[in-house]
Design a protein around this ligand. Sequence first.
Ligand SMILES: NC(=O)c1ccc[n+]([C@@H]2O[C@H](COP(=O)([O-])OP(=O)(O)OC[C@H]3O[C@@H](n4cnc5c(N)ncnc54)[C@H](OP(=O)(O)O)[C@@H]3O)[C@@H](O)[C@H]2O)c1
Length: 254
Amino acid sequence: MKLETLELIAYVWLGIAVAVHVTMFFITAPFGRHTSDKWGKSINNKLGWFIMEMPSLLIMLYFLFWGTNSFNSYVWILFVLWILHYVNRTLIFPLRIKPTEKKMPVFIVANAILFNLMNAGLNGYFLAELSTKSAYNENWITSPSFIIGFSLFIIGMLINWKSDTILINLRKKGDTGYYIPKGFLFEFISSPNLFGEIVEWSGFAIMAWNLPALTFLVWTFANLVPRSKNHHDWLLKKFENYPKDRKKVFPFIY
Ligand SMILES: NC(=O)c1ccc[n+]([C@@H]2O[C@H](COP(=O)([O-])OP(=O)(O)OC[C@H]3O[C@@H](n4cnc5c(N)ncnc54)[C@H](OP(=O)(O)O)[C@@H]3O)[C@@H](O)[C@H]2O)c1
């Protein structure tokens, strides 16, 4: 595929992200606490996470080991960071979440597979097949964009992991209830896990500094900002004593 073709696909995909972002303020994505029978056939929640995130992990592993340019420069660092995130999301996160009766609609799994095929496909293909050796050379790993982006990625990932851990630990074994999360960034926002994920992919986009990485950041933002609103509204409705001064996803802002 030529660079122009990939860029055209990325721009169309960006346009779809904007449309999905607006739509998600009107239609709540039905998984986790928002799941619903209205969306047709459902599967086990843990299995759903595993199946829908696996394409991203496999695609990036494929391009890392079988891509043309993956080891010709320091571009492998970007692959390793992506893979690290998706090893957690695909293999570790589904094992850690507490089993409940809640199921995941096949509709969500199918949409997430498309999301992962497109985002990992665009990023993996660009980095392995179209990026130039000079873009990710010795100068890159000492450049401000690498240092700032890498730091943000690691900070975002740690925030995401810690916040997911706090949420998962709210339930004891066999418990399926909901509780008000406290401590850490939960004192400021309802969804620090989603905030961490947005910080993470902002860091990746700054580090990689290319169109597919920007596209993935826009998609992450497009999905997670409305989801944070759904979570926040749900918590306010569920708990009368939910702290009213907490923001949704960006501390002090939104
Ligand atoms: N890149 C993307 O576009 C994207 C999209 C979606 C999610 N994600 C990531 O995937 C992860 C999960 O996202 P999510 O929105 O599904 O997370 P979430 O609703 O915050 O839930 C995470 C886990 O904690 C449990 N939980 C949440 N709030 C709870 C409470 N108040 N009391 C007891 N248990 C609670 C949930 O149980 P229930 O399942 O019963 O609610 C679930 O097992 C996050 O790290 C997020 O960043 C990324």
